[in-house]
Design a protein around this ligand. Sequence first.
Ligand code: ZN
Length: 214
Amino acid sequence: MSPPSAHRIFCIGKNYAAHVAELAHLGHAPAGELVVFMKPASAIVPAGAPIPLPRGFGAVHHEAELVVSLGGFGDGGRDLAETEAVRYVKRITLGLDLTLRELQTQLKNKGAPWELAKAFDGAAPLGDWVDWHGGDLQAIHFTCRVNGEPRQRGDTSKMLFPVARQIHILSRTWKLIDGDVIFTGTPAGVGPLTPGDEIALESELIGRYAWRCV
Ligand code: ZN
């Protein structure tokens, strides 16, 4: 295990059908294509550190996600075949794609970028990296609890775009670099956080990471 670090943080949106359905009532249409956005590496909050919730911008939602760290590209990293892509996953963990939901809805309705709602300081709480030596990334289960109450249950077999396809698609636009990170999308059950909440992510395979909201 090693503390969280990232070169660039790519995030995948609308990657679980049940989550797409729960956002539909906010007027967020299903995507069809891979939804990609980015967060700055400065948004990372290591496990155990306080999460500074933004004030005055409406509800902050938790989005629990499997997170992968890429490496081993050498001089490659561009136009990777989906069949080759998973071997570049070197480390995995769990993380939170924190989202100012009302602000995101307003930005979407205006056709504006999402950074103000997704890339703020503290928007990427991230567990410790666990080395990944191969195995099935699409058979990982994880749980998100707020104050002990289960809020989200993840099953990566339900992803609309599996991790290998995410890497393949990203590599058509970016030359991927060692240390690049992907937040792979959230399952259903997203909801608001308030100061004082304890949020915990856990997976038998990966570990347990917790944060206190302030
Ligand atoms: Zn997300």
